[in-house]
Design a protein around this ligand. Structure first.
Ligand SMILES: [Zn+2]
Length: 399
């Protein structure tokens, strides 16, 4: 009996030593790998922050450029309208000038006619002057008759002269009116040229801004893509979690019953699950969890949603201080942005156990818990833009 016991003890000891020797490197390897992964995620987070602030600046610049451009375009349109108005005015002045020219031509024609008439009369007087003097003398019944005839002739000539003077005066008035219109037309044309110059200048400024805006929008697109790339990297967390689950060898077999609300009361839901405007970039983004904020931003305790094994406890890039609890059956709850972590990797936690304190670490805009429920043995809820399945379910359905 004694001998058997003596043999049994060293054998057990040997098994124990072998187990430790076998387990140690594996444990060390996992720890090293996790640390490496965490470092990687920290770098991602740093890059994301840099990208984010650069993007914010560019978005602000874009808004002000767009405003400037709108103002310039408005002014250009105003000037275009002004040009059109001036062109219209010029056209009507030109029409008026055309009308006046017709009047002027008519007056000139009348003048020439009257002048011809006068010439004919004067010539008649001249030609007949000497002859008529004699003729009138002999033909006239009396000298007074002769004088009357002569007087009548000169009266007619005088009338012709007055008529010519009147027509000349009228022609001069028309000419003055025409000159005035020509001057008006020239003034309008110079105004139109000025407006056209201003418009060209403004159009050039607008063109410059369109160019700058285009460049800026290109940069913004690159920025958004960078943020998207970083998000994709965050999606790749899935493979890490799957690996951790398989290594955790959980004795749990999935959730049974409702989940514990993971933040100590009083709380409020600061952002729901689903599509929302990203608080940093303003772009539409899928929110794969629910944000629960303690009242007044207090560092309330974070509670385990169900019993399980802690498979991750540490820094996780955009998630900040992060905890993951494996509940078995492919179900993992994830807690993010905490100020401090109380549970360690390998800890078995019970439902409602305090595992961390609320905070605002990582990609976060205020004290809150970002809470996810990932179910890897159920079909994915949706697919990421990358085409990968998204296993993050709406946590609200589990409470
Ligand atoms: Zn969140």
């Amino acid at each position: 009996m004694n001998t058997g016991k003596k043999l049994w003890i060293p054998a057990l000891f040997l098994v124990l030593i072998i187990t430790i020797f076998l387990a140690l490197p594996v444990y060390a390897m996992i720890t090293e790998e996790i640390e490496e992964k965490q470092q990687e995620l920290e770098e991602i987070e740093k890059r994301r922050r840099d990208e984010k602030s650069a993007l914010e600046q560019r978005l602000n610049r874009e808004v002000s450029l767009q405003q400037e451009l709108n103002q310039l375009e408005m002014r250009v349109n105003e000037l275009k309208a002004e040009q059109e108005r001036l062109a219209g005015e010029i056209t009507s002045v030109e029409e008026e000038i055309g009308q006046v020219e017709l009047e002027l031509a008519a007056a000139e024609k009348q003048l020439r006619y009257q002048e011809e008439l006068l010439k004919l009369r004067l010539r008649a007087i001249q030609q007949h002057g000497l002859v008529t003097y004699v003729e009138v003398l002999f033909d006239s019944s009396s000298f007074s008759d002769f004088l009357t005839r002569l007087h009548n002739l000169s009266l007619i000539a005088n009338n012709d002269l007055r008529l010519i003077e009147d027509i000349q005066a009228e022609r001069d008035l028309i000419q003055a009116w025409k000159d005035e219109l020509e001057q008006k037309k020239q003034r309008l044309e110079s105004m139109r040229r000025q407006v056209a110059d201003n418009e060209a200048e403004l159009a050039l400024a607008a063109e410059e801004r369109v160019f700058i805006l285009g460049e800026l929008q290109g940069e913004i697109a690159l920025n958004l893509k960078a943020i998207q790339d970083l998000e994709n990297e965050a999606q790749q967390l899935d493979s890490l979690i799957r690996k951790l689950i398989s290594e955790a060898e959980s004795q749990f077999s999935g959730l049974d019953g409702a989940l514990q609300y993971p933040v100590e009361a009083p709380t409020w839901v600061s952002s729901g699950y689903g599509w929302r405007r990203d608080p940093f970039s303003g772009a539409q983004a899928w929110h794969g969890g629910v944000d629960i904020a303690p009242h007044n931003g207090a560092a309330n305790y974070i509670l385990a949603a169900a019993e399980g094994k802690v498979i991750f406890s540490g820094w996780n890039g955009g998630y900040g201080n992060c905890l993951m609890v494996d509940h078995g059956g492919g179900t993992v709850t994830l807690y993010a942005h905490m100020s401090s972590l109380l549970a360690k990797v390998g800890d078995i936690v019970i439902r409602g156990q305090r595992i961390a304190r609320a905070g605002t670490t990582g990609y976060s805009t205020g004290v809150h818990l970002h809470f996810e429920v990932r179910e890897f043995e159920k079909p994915p809820v949706r697919t990421y833009p990358s085409g990968n399945g998204d296993y993050r379910n709406n946590p609200v359905n589990y409470f």
